[in-house]
Design a protein around this ligand. Sequence first.
Ligand code: BES
Ligand code: ZN
Length: 618
Amino acid sequence: MKTYFLSIIILLLAACQNNTKPAEKVAIQDVHSYANPQEAVVKHLDLDIHVNFEEKILEGWANISISHAEDAKHIILDTKHLSILKVEISDGEGKKSQAHFTLGKEDAILGTPLNVDILPSTQKVHIQYATSSEADALQWLSPAQTAGKQHPVLLTQSQAINARTWVPIQDGPGIRFTYSAKVSVPKELIALMSAENPTTKNAEGIYNFRMSQPIPAYLLALAVGDYQFLPISGRVGVYAEPIMLEKCANELAETEKMVVLAESMYGKYAWERYDVIVLPPSFPFGGMENPRLTFATPTIIVGDKSLVSLIAHELAHSWSGNLVTNATWDDFWLNEGFTVYVEMRIMEALKGHNYSEMLTTLSRQELDLALSDLKETPDDTHLKLNLKGRNPDDGVTDIAYVKGYYFLRLLEETVGRDKWDPFLKAYFTENAFKSMTTELFLERLNTLLSAEQAQKVNINEWVYGAGLPQNCPIPNSPYFGKVESALSVYFTDEKNVIITEKWSTHEWLHFLRSLPTNIDASKMARLDADFHFTQSQNPEIQCVWYELSLRYKYTAAYNAVDVFLNSVGRRKFLLPLYKEMMKTPEGTAMAKRIYAKARAGYHPISYQSVDDILSGKE
Ligand code: BES
Ligand code: ZN
């Protein structure tokens, strides 16, 4: 089986689209899937599952329509920790018969290939299966872990290679299929998917879904819980638990405007509706771009709309990622770097250049931290990665996001927006519902740049080289200039007062990140007395302030750190705080004490990372 996987060849472009003949074949290796799409490929998934909250499993059938070469002998699907109960095949007349299948050897990262024998007449493969407690994609939340405290929640997270832990499927980003689903859930809950969604509960607890645009498996998503819907515009809306629904709708009021702005720059929104579901605080990510239904952390609901660039980001994926998709996880920067670029353009159009430059400046600070973290593994700072033998999650760093962004910004600045904007729009339009490799993008880029421009940019150094090239654009944020002046006034004399009324989250983040190095607990106390950071209810500010508090032993904030780590599960906020604590023996004791209680509330994606930090692996 291993040799099979090593020699996988994926048919891309036309070959993987619905209703097209396998004309254009580009041989691309996806080292994170066992699938054999050159022989037999998934075209449509029809899911029929029951969500069993007692046993914390999904159980039912995956009915998969396939297209295959005439002489194809089998189809290989990805699975991980699934129990495969029965496999059948059927022909064009719908005649079912028992199928012979084998499960290969389990790989700790990739899972187990499911190899099903097929006949020349086979059109569908039917798999009866159940998930297990080890399903990385599934998060089962107790009522206590929700805002309303009454009902449990189930969430899936398929990206990067976790779809295979809840559906037997060809789980590579280069393979697209449409899907339909029938999902049965406890009557008091509603089911929502990355598909056409209901807006109200029904009495039976049975929900039918349809996703008619072809998507890769990592965009399969399901959320089950006590969710209600509020429209924001005709095609935009929000799902949240009843007690926070209105607050969420207010926070996300600008979303329709974002869609309009994005469409004006990059072409028609291809997914019909754009809804957001605001999840419990233990959601490990900020957001996930599940088509038609972005999954979002509640940590952006801070009351002043200052953190909605996260929505701009997930919305941007409707073009970069969901429409034009990275062919393999080694090309991840094509998803995230492009998305950060589009996010920044949406925010610029919405709030002005000086505003978006705050965001790009903060990202640049984060990139510098990532570069220093990755000093020992310079290959991981290439845009084009080589993740063979590793978990694709290792590639989720600010290299893909922010180095990717700055590369695209350099291209924009080199050719000018009058050329760059139409180029990018055509890139999305012409490659819609297709996969993209780094090399194909660079080929396309060649048609845009003059030889002289190409040389000046130094594409190879950016894409295949380590670190950040010298010609990286430098963001300029006048608002942050004011923050820096205020900061120096503040620390010139104990009695100096500064005016900060109009500051947004971003100014405060810059303020806190730019504090002088000679801070101590007494200076922290002065800051706290003046600006009440310890009591902040803004998780972005809380995270930075608590990190500083730990570093400078400002013990007055320690209780708040404990409370924060017990109420939020977003990995971005957990990791810096646990890492900071682990730097000293007293901090280590504190980390262990807090974690003993908090771990049970975290998502596996989060607690696996925190486990590594506490056991000294990170
Ligand atoms: N698609 C990502 C999340 C992701 C990436 C999940 C790789 C699993 C594997 C999503 O679009 C994302 O980038 N989320 C960010 C927020 C964003 C504003 C940078 C996050 O969750 O922090
Ligand atoms: Zn993203």
